[in-house]
Design a protein around this ligand. Structure first.
Ligand SMILES: [Zn+2]
Length: 263
């Protein structure tokens, strides 16, 4: 079992390294698979031993071998996070029943959510194509026969309908926040993301995810204000908080509404 988990982690780290390329090249017209990686400062082509995920960053102490300029923390962090979340989703499923389709499906979902979060942190916008791929998969899952069991993957026709309507309700809530604040509290991208999260998680987990994301957002916002790194006017992207809330709520199968009201 330990060997399986190590394999899953290493596989996740390698996928994470690919996600970094997607985040970097999305919207630039460059291919995600062609073209070699280069240093941003000196343009030095990176050799295979400079492209080993996590290790290269640690060995080179986060600097380019050619010119010594700093390499972004994004690279090792995304690689590690992808590995860790692949392991976590794998473990979460193994409590019920591991089915290779389900595992693969969840890893694709995790990968899309990581791209959305990191891209949002870097560019203050949720990448449109990626969020619609996520929403499409969540929609397909709702109606797909072979995801019939499991802790949070929906079962009954009633639940499918509930999740579908829940997603629309969550979308409307965020779209309203976006409209009322004229995009200052939320971007429209957050509303689109809420739609897919509602479909993917179902109403009770989505509700928990949103509570967690607002709490996390408040804590981080206050923290940044206290460190006076930001003023009240500065923008903090909300997408990463939504994703963090969703991941926590999914992994721990949370139902905060049920806990509060004994449901
Ligand atoms: Zn360089």
């Amino acid at each position: 079992m330990v060997y399986v988990l190590i394999f899953v982690f290493v596989f996740g780290v390698v996928i994470g390294s690919f996600l970094n390329v997607v985040i970097l090249r999305y919207g630039t017209g460059q291919s995600f698979v062609k073209g070699s990686s280069r240093c941003f400062s000196c343009g030095k082509k990176l050799s295979w031993h400079e492209l080993v995920p996590i290790f290269s960053f640690l060995i080179q102490k986060g600097r380019c071998r050619g010119c010594g300029s700093k390499i972004s923390w994004q690279y090792p962090v995304v690689e590690f996070l992808t590995g860790a979340l692949f392991v976590a989703t794998f473990l979460q499923l193994s409590t019920s029943e591991v089915d290779s389709w389900r595992v693969l499906f969840l890893w694709v979902i995790v990968s899309l959510l990581i791209i959305i979060s990191v891209y949002d942190i870097k560019h203050f916008i949720i990448p449109n194509k990626i969020v619609w791929i996520f929403n499409g998969l969540a929609f397909a899952m709702l109606f797909c026969g072979f995801f019939y069991q499991g802790p949070s993957l929906v079962v009954l026709p009633r639940t499918v309908l509930g999740s579908f309507l829940g997603g629309l309700a969550f979308f409307s809530f965020f779209a309203l926040l976006w409209a009322v604040s004229r995009g200052r509290w939320m971007g429209f991208g957050d509303a689109k993301l809420a739609l897919g999260l509602g479909w993917f998680l179902g109403p009770s987990q989505t509700f928990s995810a949103f509570l967690i994301s607002f709490w996390l957002g408040a804590v981080v916002g206050i923290g940044l204000l206290a460190l006076s790194k930001y003023s009240l006017k500065s923008q903090i992207p909300f997408g990463p908080f939504l994703v963090a809330g969703a991941v926590i709520s999914f992994l721990f199968d949370l139902n905060i509404f049920g806990l509060l009201y004994g449901g």
